[in-house]
Design a protein around this ligand. Sequence first.
Ligand SMILES: Cc1cc2nc3c(=O)[nH]c(=O)nc-3n(C[C@H](O)[C@H](O)[C@H](O)COP(=O)(O)OP(=O)(O)OC[C@H]3O[C@@H](n4cnc5c(N)ncnc54)[C@H](O)[C@@H]3O)c2cc1C
Length: 307
Amino acid sequence: MTANPNTQHDVVIIGGGAAGLSAAVMLGRARRSVVVIDEAHPRNRFAPHMHGLLSRDGMSPLALIETGRAEALKYGVTFVAGAATVIEPADEGFIVRGPQDLRARRVIVATGLVDVLPDIPGVEQLWGTAAVVCPYCDGWEVRDEPLGVIATSPMSRNQAHLLRQWSSDLTVFGAREAGIPEVELEGLAARGIALAPPALEVSGTLGDVRVSTASGRHRVARVFVGARPRPSDALLRELGCSTTDTPAGPFVGTDPSGQTSVAGVWAIGNVADAKALVPIALGAGTLAATQVNISLLEEEIARASAA
Ligand SMILES: Cc1cc2nc3c(=O)[nH]c(=O)nc-3n(C[C@H](O)[C@H](O)[C@H](O)COP(=O)(O)OP(=O)(O)OC[C@H]3O[C@@H](n4cnc5c(N)ncnc54)[C@H](O)[C@@H]3O)c2cc1C
């Protein structure tokens, strides 16, 4: 389906992953005119299964998106394929430019984040299966097996301590070189976590991953990588949305409903919150949708009263 560029829509949602689709379904059900513009590269597309999502454990991430799109279509939501390139303030709202220009009273940005992987041969090839980021998502399946952490920054200390809950046979590669302070290295060792030189290359498959280092080759079932989260927030920054410092770096700041510092623009899911796993992104979409709807409604009440 295509959206009519001359129509003033109630809401344009940029990004059709978990967060964006969840907002689209709720706004569609509220009988709002909604367009979703989506590049269709959800962050977890490399993973065959999702975990930790009540009633959908083990579902493929792409199946979730397909189901969400079908549900949104049922409620009259329109989809545009491709990338939004700019959000411009305009009379009574915004113009979202991209494959086609879209006018809207409100904009929800749900563009996710990109995992910047360390430049270690093999990591990219194994990403999503044998090399992953989140113990909550992918720890249970390899519990009690030998596991590895590829350290990339002092934050890898947290990933290692967390992962120790899933296995007592844990090795951190390149902890010192990643800048984890000496006292923290002792803390890792105190919990029985082994320290090894930096990973030079990884290969193999889930259950049988080989990590090459200067001191030899290690075998683990899976490696957890300190990927750096880079929010896909250029549209928001160019619009002037303010940012806030978080342990994962600066992210666009929002109120609990996702409202940014620019009136009429919401940011939800991973673009505004590095910790937004799928169920959190889904909830953020629902909450933002109800607040966006109320803000439209208040505008309509004020207009009717003025008339
Ligand atoms: C390997 C891996 C495994 C994971 N496993 C799990 C798991 O098991 N359970 C779990 O809860 N979480 C898991 N996650 C986290 C999960 O990926 C995120 O929680 C989820 O993707 C966040 O949803 P989102 O809607 O914010 O972003 P996304 O799902 O990334 O969706 C963003 C969408 O916006 C689009 N987009 C970006 N820029 C533009 C633009 N300018 N114009 C138009 N469209 C744009 C993208 O192409 C994409 O389709 C995993 C992550 C990774 C990396």
